[in-house]
Design a protein around this ligand. Structure first.
Ligand code: 1GP
Length: 235
């Protein structure tokens, strides 16, 4: 089954996918043992690798180290066109539709195109919507775009529906890594009720209850990064 088929099946059945995000700038390969110990009791289904800053070599090293340890899919979640690795199983090919910076709507994607023509992995066209997580996120800083206010759910839903009409395969609702507040349940619910795409939700999820809330509201896959970077207590 491809990664997209897995996501579509989960959206249909309500199965819950959990992706752990590793940032090659922060996660050393030598510390992977500790990392795997921290997540061993969790029902992890995917690994995402990426960050707002970072380089190709560090991404490739981490992807290869993960592939040597797990049979779960390892999916690239790049902050720029050079954070790629042929060892990955998939790529979230993101377009930052919440913003109006052409560089992150289509510029980086064009830069990656020549490499992606040869890519051995699955490329998943992903509508990436940055929502206000209560603090300035790295995505906001690097992309020089403003997040959508979570008060304005109509604009979020309209953006999500436009993304579906444009043919995107996945919708990623992002509150930003380390967000003070995650994506609201009411926002996830409204998007879930409007679009048929699998919903990926991440940013600021630090507890089992926040994870459950996101699934209950309609998240197909929840992404957790920061909470698993060090010892955690709430999971
Ligand atoms: C960031 O959605 C992810 O892109 C994860 O966020 O680091 O806050 O878990 P956290």
């Amino acid at each position: 089954m491809s990664i997209l088929e897995q996501l579509l099946a989960a959206r249909q059945s309500g199965a819950r996918l959990l992706a752990v995000l590793l940032d090659p700038e922060k996660q050393g390969v030598a510390e992977l043992n500790d990392f795997f110990r921290r997540i061993e009791s969790l029902p992890v289904t995917h690994f995402l690798v990426g960050g707002s800053t970072g380089s190709g070599p560090a991404t490739d090293t981490l992807v290869r180290a993960l592939k040597a340890r797990t049979h779960l899919p390892v999916v690239l979640f790049p902050g720029s066109s050079d954070q790629l690795s042929d060892a990955a199983d998939g790529l979230l090919f993101l377009s930052l539709l919440s913003g109006r910076n052409p560089e992150y709507l289509i510029g980086q994607q064009v830069q990656a195109a020549a490499v992606l023509r040869q890519a051995p992995y699955e490329v998943l066209a992903t509508a990436y919507l940055l929502l206000d997580g209560g603090n300035e996120s790295a995505v906001q800083r690097v992309s020089e775009t403003l997040p959508l206010s979570q008060e304005n759910s109509e604009l979020i839903v309209d953006t999500a529906f436009a993304a579906q009409l444009l043919g995107f395969k996945l919708l990623y609702l992002e509150a930003g890594s380390g967000a003070a507040v995650p994506v609201r349940e009411s926002v996830i619910e409204q998007v879930f009720n409007t679009v048929d795409l699998p919903l990926v939700v991440g940013g600021g999820i630090r507890s089992k209850s926040a994870l459950e809330a996101a699934y209950r509201a309609g998240a197909t896959m929840v992404v957790v990064g920061t909470a698993f970077e060090k010892e955690f207590s709430e999971f």
